[in-house]
Write a protein that binds this ligand. Structure first.
Ligand code: WTA
Length: 636
C-alpha cells in the first residue's frame, strides 16, 4: 500500500495507524516507491534515544540531487524548477527550468571541485536570495560536500564563529545584496569575518550589486568566469544515507550556536513526503515559501522538498514592504501562486496595513496557505483566512524545528478540519507526547505539558557538529527516552495540538530563534556592563520583543543612558546581527538570583510584562530586596 498522497481524513487516520504500528514497513514503502537510490538499504531503522543514535535506510546509497534534478529531466526539462522574483519588480523574473538548473548546479559543482572541495568538506554559504544560492547548495550536495548556509543577515562575528565551528575552508558569497531600497555590502562583512577565520583559503564571489568589491589576491575569485569555463557535467557522488548532507546553526541555551547535522537519505524522504502532502502539491502548481534559504524552512521547503517532487518553487529576493506593502500579493497575482507559505510575523505586519493592498491583487490562484516559525495568534489567523484566503484556502499551521528537518505537526489541507491557532494533528509517523514536570507522559485530552516526540522520524537531526554530548544533553536528557522539543503544547478535547511557545531560554522574535545567552554574552562584552539578562515580552508584530536588564559597572549621575542603550544595540548588531537588538533596556543595580546564583528569569519576565500580581515567593532569593528596586525602575 502506498500512502504517498493522502486525500481524505479516513485515509490519514488509516495511514497514521500503519505508520505508528509498523514504522519500518511504512517508511520503507514510501522510500522505495518514490525515490531514486543507487543502492538499497540493509536496514530501514535502528535507533537508541539513550546514546542517542538514529540511523535510517542504513547501507543505502543515493545522491539527493539526482532525486531533485536528474530524474525530472526526461519529463520536465523545460518546466520551471525555480522561479526567481528579484527585489526590484522592474527586473524581469527568471524562469529557471530543470534543464537549466541541472546545468548550473553541475557547473557550480565542478567549480567547487576545481577549488579543491572534496566529499565531506564543509562549505560555508553566505549568499542573499539569488539563484546562485540554490545552485551552490545543490552543488555541494552533488559532490558530497557539507553545506553550512549562514543567513546573510548575520554579522561578521556570527559568520566567523559558524565558519570556525565547522572548520570551513571555503566561503561562497556575493558582492552584495538588495533588500528593499537598501543595498548591503556582503563581501565587506565576509572580509571582516575572515580576520577571525584565517583558515579560509578560498572565497567565491557572485556579482549581484556590481559594487566592484576588492578581491584579495589568491583568496577571492569572482564566480562567473569560473562557472563560464566549467563543464556542465559532474557525476553525482554516491552518498551513504547516513552521510551528512548539511549543517545548519540554531540558537541554544549557551552562547555557542548548535550546528545541527542532517543526513542525506532520511532528510530527503521526509521533506519530500511532507511537502507533497502538507501543501497538496499538484503538477503544474506554483508554490511559494517566503522564508530565506538561510533558515531550515528554506532548506526543506524552498529547495529540497519541492525539487524532489519536481515542483515549481518560487524564490523571492526582496522584502514584503518594497516597493509597497502589496508586494507579496502582487507576486501571487503575477505568478499565479497556488501554495503560499509564510510566517506569522509577516502576516501581522501586513495585516496592520490597509486591506487595499491585498484587495488590489487577484489572489484567486491560491489553494493552500501555510504558517510557520511561531504560534499564529487568533487575530492573524483570521486575517490570513479572510483577507488572503477569502475563506477558501485552508491554513496549514505547520509546527517544526531546525532539529526536526521537516514539519511534524500540521493539518493536511482539504483533509484535516482546521481550528485557529492549532497545528492540529501529527504528520504520518510522528508520535508526540506531552510530559509533566516529573517526566511522565500525560495521557488523555484537554491537557498541557512539555512537547516531546517518542519515536524517530526520518529527518531528525543526527547530532550537533563536533559536540554529540551537547546533542544528548539538549534533546534527550530532560525526558529520558524521548526527544524534547523545548516547546510547551496543549492537546484539546479532539486531540489537536496547540503549541504554546518555548519553555527554554529561546525567544522567537519576528520568527527568528534567539537564545538569551548569546545576546547576554554580547552585551556583557561592553566595557561598561557588568551583567545582563534578557527576557521576551509580547509584541504586536514581532510576536516577542527583547527586554534587557543591564547592570553597569559604574553608574554615575551623569551617565548618558540613552547613548549606552544605543551603544549596547550597536554591539549586539556587530556580534549577532540587527535581528537581536533590544527594544527596551533598563539599567538596574542587580538581578534576582537563587542561592545557587541562577538568574530568576520568571520574575524578570513578570516585571517586564507588568504582570506582578503573582511574583511567587521571592524570600528565598539571595537578594530579595532587588525585586522592589527593579519594579520601581520599570515602574510597575
Ligand atoms: C517555533 C522553524 C508554534 C517553535 C521551522 C519551535 C512554532 C521553533 C511553529 C523552531 C508553529 C515553529 N506554531 N510555534 N507552527 N513553527 N515554531 O528552528 O517554538 O527556526 O521550537 O524552525 O519555532 O524554530 P526553527
Amino acid at each position: 500500500m502506498n500512502h504517498y498522497q493522502i486525500q481524505d481524513l479516513e485515509s490519514y487516520f488509516k495511514a497514521y495507524r500503519a505508520s505508528v504500528d509498523h514504522p519500518e514497513v511504512f517508511w520503507e514503502s514510501i522510500a522505495k516507491e518514490n525515490f531514486l537510490w543507487k543502492k538499497p538499504w540493509n536496514n530501514v531503522l535502528s535507533w537508541d534515544f539513550e546514546k542517542p543514535e538514529i540511523r535510517w535506510f542504513d547501507g543505502a546509497e543515493l545522491n539527493i540531487t539526482e532525486n531533485c534534478i536528474d530524474r525530472h529531466l526526461s519529463t520536465k526539462s523545460e518546466q520551471t524548477a525555480i522561479l526567481f522574483e528579484p527585489n526590484n519588480p522592474a527586473e524581469p523574473a527568471q524562469h529557471i527550468t530543470y534543464a537549466q538548473l541541472s546545468e548550473e548546479v553541475n557547473k557550480m559543482a565542478n567549480v567547487l571541485k576545481s577549488q579543491g572541495v572534496n566529499k565531506g568538506d564543509r562549505v560555508c554559504i553566505y549568499l542573499p536570495m539569488i539563484p546562485e544560492l540554490a545552485y551552490t547548495v545543490l552543488a555541494c550536495a552533488r559532490i558530497g560536500a557539507i553545506h553550512s548556509v549562514v543567513f546573510a543577515g548575520f554579522s561578521a562575528s556570527a559568520l566567523s564563529s559558524r565558519i570556525n565551528d565547522c572548520d570551513a575552508k571555503i566561503v561562497v558569497t556575493a558582492d552584495g545584496s538588495f533588500r528593499g531600497a537598501k543595498t548591503i555590502d556582503l563581501k565587506a562583512i565576509v572580509d571582516k569575518a575572515l580576520k577571525e577565520s584565517p583558515q579560509v583559503e578560498t572565497v567565491l564571489v557572485a556579482e549581484r550589486i556590481h559594487n566592484g568589491t576588492p578581491l584579495k589576491e589568491g583568496r577571492d575569485h569572482y564566480l562567473k568566469p569560473l562557472t563560464d569555463e566549467a563543464s556542465s557535467h559532474c557525476e553525482a557522488e554516491s552518498m551513504q544515507a547516513e552521510d551528512p548532507l548539511f549543517i545548519l546553526y540554531t540558537s541554544g541555551s549557551t552562547g555557542k550556536p548548535k550546528g545541527m547535522v542532517h543526513s542525506c537519505g532520511g532528510y530527503m524522504v521526509y521533506t519530500a513526503y511532507t511537502f507533497k502532502n502538507i501543501f497538496q502539491y499538484q503538477q503544474g502548481d506554483v508554490y511559494w515559501c517566503t522564508a530565506d534559504i538561510g533558515w531550515i524552512t528554506g532548506h526543506s521547503y524552498i529547495l529540497y522538498g519541492p525539487l524532489a517532487n519536481g515542483a515549481t518553487t518560487l524564490m523571492f529576493e526582496g522584502v514584503p514592504s518594497y516597493p509597497d506593502f502589496g508586494r507579496f500579493w502582487q507576486i501571487v497575482e503575477k505568478h499565479k501562486v497556488n501554495q503560499f507559505y509564510t510566517a506569522p510575523t509577516a502576516i501581522r505586519a501586513l495585516a496592520k496595513e490597509s486591506t487595499d493592498h491585498v484587495n488590489a491583487s487577484d489572489l484567486s490562484s491560491l489553494k493552500v496557505l501555510g504558517s510557520v516559525g511561531e504560534p499564529i495568534n487568533e487575530e492573524a489567523w483570521h486575517w490570513y483566512n479572510e483577507q488572503v484566503g477569502k475563506k477558501k484556502s485552508p491554513i496549514v499551521d505547520t509546527w517544526w524545528q531546525t532539529e526536526t528537518g521537516g514539519i511534524l505537526i500540521s493539518p493536511i489541507p482539504y483533509v484535516t478540519p482546521t481550528t485557529p491557532t492549532y497545528a492540529t494533528l501529527p504528520f504520518l509517523g510522528v508520535q508526540p507526547a506531552l510530559m509533566d514536570a516529573d517526566s511522565n507522559e500525560i495521557s488523555g485530552n484537554s491537557v498541557e505539558g512539555s512537547l516531546c516526540i517518542k519515536f524517530p522520524w526520518p529527518s531528525i537531526a543526527r547530532t550537533i557538529w563536533g559536540d554529540h554530548k551537547r546533542y544528548k544533553e539538549t534533546y534527550f536528557t530532560a525526558f529520558p527516552g524521548c526527544y524534547f522539543t523545548g516547546d510547551g503544547a496543549s492537546r484539546n478535547e479532539v486531540g489537536y495540538y496547540r503549541i504554546t511557545g518555548r519553555v527554554d531560554d529561546v525567544i522567537i522574535v519576528s520568527g527568528h530563534n534567539l537564545g538569551t545567552a548569546p545576546i547576554e554574552d554580547a552585551i556583557n562584552e561592553h566595557d561598561e556592563v557588568a551583567e545582563s539578562a534578557i527576557v521576551g515580552v509580547p509584541h504586536s508584530i514581532k510576536g516577542n520583543a527583547l527586554f534587557g536588564y543591564v547592570i553597569l559597572k559604574n553608574q554615575e549621575d551623569n551617565t548618558d543612558l540613552d547613548f549606552l542603550q544605543k551603544d549596547i544595540n550597536r554591539l549586539i548588531t556587530e556580534k549577532i546581527g540587527p535581528i537581536a537588538k533590544l527594544d527596551i533596556v533598563v539599567f538596574v543595580p542587580g538581578l534576582p538570583k537563587t542561592r545557587s546564583g541562577k538568574i530568576m528569569r520568571r520574575i524578570l519576565r513578570k516585571i517586564a510584562t507588568k504582570d506582578v500580581s503573582n511574583l511567587g515567593d521571592t524570600s528565598t532569593l539571595l537578594n530579595p530586596e532587588i525585586v522592589a528596586q527593579i519594579r520601581t525602575i520599570v515602574g510597575v
